[in-house]
Design a binder for this molecule. Structure first.
Ligand code: ATP
Ligand code: MG
Length: 502
């Protein structure tokens, strides 16, 4: 049985290359029966002009592909499919009367199948089974989901979606950013999908306040910004939530860190060192913070504080806090800083702050200096040295009138370790420095690399060649690790034995 028949019980299929019917055929008997008890039947000839029948040349490009549907620029055919799907959606919606948003369930899906079949026939197109299937999926995505974004949300290989106006959707696929062939119809179409994302959350976006943070039902982080601030059309950025958070074993397997580095980091976390993970945007900071946080011993009470909850800890004794955007009237905002201050009254053994972006850095440093050892956070910085500068700037943003030297001393005594994460030029993500903060000397914070990545160039196919290596230096806090039962062999740190063995 053909897909169309399965979808709508079509009595006969139009012959190949049949021209657009001058008066569209009536929906099949079964469709009409199903329609009558749900809503008025589809209206007679469509008032909305039908999209022109596409040429058949590019059809093969549309056949659903297993996963990598998204790595080439859009074709004319895809544009036509989009137009046709929106035309069918428009037609179906006009049969629903005042009921603009319908819930997805067995009954509405059956109704959708029938109406889709009727309107598809009305369009006079002659698609292959696969194309009809794809068109139907597009209609479902538009009716029940986030429209063109759905295909990208479903594709587990896509880790990031960046919409720069309706016609340019970039995606990150296996660490590489590329243009996807998927498009929206126009600005209004993007705005409609933004509205669909934020409406259930009670959030708003308009010309007066044209930006919003939100989350998809699956936990993916979303930011949307629209005109007048987004000059070239509404923009959406989605960090996909991965159901399977990367584990330490994954990071070792990917070559993001060595076994020795992982062993060392575990010892540091269990021994309650204060750790800052630093890195650029999307370099893998949160992923690494998650891995490190999972090393925290089970009996410790952990308070996590995030803008948008991303961390997934395996321990039981965890209190998760999330910052809160203001209400529509602008009041009621709860910042990361408010939560850090509040967390100090929650008798935490460990405070894990998703990211320090402002004055909370000072509160965090003070917490680390006043007995909340073993706290962790991330900052946006490109090297361990840059992390110190960034922490200084963030601490100054707290509004406390402290001289830089005092802040620097606070940093030097609070932070034990900086773990630098980077996204390399081939898209791979690595820990490129594990650096001890040793203290102050002549007004400067003294840093000492314990492990680092030695970049040795690039292969002809663009892969970075290099090695993650210990520097041969044992950290000054080694006694603290030993007191916690970690007798790490000198070879972990690359110490050379008399026989020349490392
Ligand atoms: N070591 C790794 N190897 C491969 N992929 C990774 C690695 N670390 C993180 N990723 C992936 O990279 C993406 C970004 O990771 P993550 O959210 O941890 O970055 P981030 O630095 O916290 O980003 P942001 O700056 O937006 O907060 C995610 O899809 C994540 O699964
Ligand atoms: Mg992050």
């Amino acid at each position: 049985m053909s897909l169309l028949k399965r979808l709508g019980g079509a009595p006969q299929e139009p012959p190949a290359n049949q021209p657009l019917p001058s008066s569209p055929p009536a929906p099949p008997e079964e469709s009409r029966q199903a329609l009558t008890h749900l809503a008025p039947p589809p209206p007679p000839p469509a008032e909305t002009p039908m999209p022109a029948a596409p040429g058949m040349g590019g059809l093969s490009a549309l056949a659903p592909q297993p996963q990598g549907v998204v790595s080439s620029p859009p074709t004319d055919m895809q544009q036509k499919m989009l137009e046709l799907s929106l035309w069918i959606v428009d037609r179906i919606q006009s049969t629903l009367g005042s009921q603009t948003q319908i819930e997805r369930n067995a009954e509405t899906e059956r109704m959708m199948q029938e109406r889709f079949a009727a309107f598809y026939r009305q369009s006079g197109m002659n698609f292959s089974q696969e194309q009809i299937h794809q068109l139907y999926q597009m209609v479902l995505d538009e009716m029940f989901g986030f429209g063109p974004l759905e295909a990208l949300i479903r594709d587990e290989n896509v880790t990031e979606i960046m919409v720069n106006g309706p016609k340019k959707i970039y995606i990150e696929l296996k660490g590489k950013t590329q243009l996807s062939p998927i498009q929206f119809a126009n600005d209004d179409h993007v705005l409609k999908i933004i509205d669909r994302i934020i409406r259930p959350l009670g959030r708003r976006i308009d010309r007066k306040w044209p930006m919003v943070d939100a989350r998809l039902p699956d936990g993916s982080r979303v930011n949307a910004i629209i005109p007048p601030c987004a000059i070239d059309g509404p923009s959406i950025s989605i960090r996909k939530f991965s159901k399977h958070k990367l584990t330490v074993d994954d990071l070792i397997r990917f070559g993001s860190m060595t076994k020795e580095m992982a062993e060392f980091l575990r010892a540091c976390v269990v021994s309650a060192l204060n750790i800052v993970v630093s890195g650029g945007t999307g370099s893998g900071k949160t992923t690494l913070l998650n891995v490190l946080s999972n090393f925290i011993p089970e009996h410790d009470r952990i308070v996590t504080i995030e803008d948008s909850a991303e961390l997934q800890l395996g321990q039981d004794h965890v209190v998760r806090l999330e910052a809160k955007p203001p209400e529509v009237d602008g009041t009621g905002r709860v910042t990361i800083r408010d939560l850090v201050i509040n967390s100090l009254r929650m008798r935490p053994d460990r405070i894990v702050v998703g990211e320090c972006r402002g004055g909370e850095a000072l509160d965090m440093l003070q917490a680390m200096n006043t007995g909340h050892d073993g706290s962790m956070t991330t900052v946006h910085a490109n090297s361990p040295r840059d992390t110190i500068r960034r922490l200084e700037t963030l601490a100054l943003m707290s509004g406390m009138d402290l001289p830089v030297t005092v802040i620097r001393e606070q940093i030097a005594s609070a932070v034990d370790l900086i773990v630098q994460q980077a996204r390399l030029r081939d898209g791979s993500r690595k820990v490129i420095n594990i650096t001890e903060v040793q203290g102050m000397e002549s007004g400067q914070v003294v840093l000492q690399d314990i492990f680092m990545f030695e970049d040795q160039g690039t292969t002809p196919d663009g892969k970075v060649i290099g090695q993650l290596k210990p520097t041969g230096t044992r950290p000054k806090f080694t006694p603290k690790l030993e007191a916690n039962g970690f007798k790490l062999p000198p070879s972990i740190f690359g110490a050379v034995f008399p026989g020349g063995r490392r």
